[in-house]
Design a protein. Structure first.
Length: 224
């Protein structure tokens, strides 16, 4: 999927597909690129998230920007807005959770982490990822925090799926989540704040590495 995305993104940025152009049909792209339709659709979704294309019902996929796109959109929210809110909410929330979490909260988080570390299905993992962050907010014992995370839950899931597909974040996220839970178990507010800060910094760093401009030569392993 990454190779398909790189190929299509490079073609758009080179001008092979100009702004306003319609991309070939899914069937045609699958034939040209020798990939399955699910793989192609993942790549097309990523192009849309990056703001390079838009899908028009019954008409197809059209190029709306030649890039580079630096601020993709996840659901209703731009990535920059989402990250700003996450930094201001989830970092202090982790600190409060370290001071206020119950034994039940820790059991729930450890059980959830164990499932995430075993999970092979990406969609199921993403669902548990958002639940993890909701559970940390719940452990802070302030319903407003949980309500805020609930509001951005869909965007968090979209961002998580995007980073996993294109940035290989799952194992790293599991380790970062484990560090957060260990800090909560220790009841250490500074360690919890540090662990959540590190987690969000890695999320932002991976996102930046994905959306930066593609190489100018547009090299790809996809056949043309």
């Amino acid at each position: 999927m990454e190779a398909v995305l790189t190929h299509l993104r490079s073609a758009i940025e080179r001008g092979d597909y100009a702004v306003g152009d319609k991309l070939p049909s899914e069937a045609e792209l699958c034939r040209r690129l020798e990939v399955s339709r699910p793989v192609l659709r993942e790549a097309l979704r990523a192009l849309q998230t990056m703001g390079l294309t838009a899908s028009r019902t019954g008409k197809g996929t059209f190029v709306i920007s030649s890039g580079p796109v630096e601020d993709p959109t996840f659901g209703d929210y731009a990535a920059s807005d989402l990250m700003e809110v996450r930094r201001h909410i989830e970092i202090p929330v982790a600190g409060y959770a370290a001071l206020r979490r119950s034994a039940g909260d820790l059991d729930h988080l450890n059980h959830l982490l164990a499932r995430m570390e075993r999970e092979a299905d990406s969609t199921a993992w993403v669902a548990m990822d958002t639940l993890f962050h909701l559970t940390v907010a719940q452990a802070a014992q302030n319903p407003v925090f949980r309500r805020v995370i609930e509001e951005i839950r869909d965007a968090l899931a979209r961002q998580s799926a995007f980073l996993n597909e294109l940035g290989g974040r799952r194992e790293q996220s599991n380790r970062e989540h484990r560090a957060i839970v260990e800090a909560l178990a220790d009841g250490s507010e500074p360690d919890a704040v540090e662990a959540m800060t590190h987690h969000l910094e890695r999320v932002e760093s991976t996102l930046t590495s994905i959306v930066r401009p593609a190489p100018a030569d547009g090299r790809t392993d996809i056949p043309t």
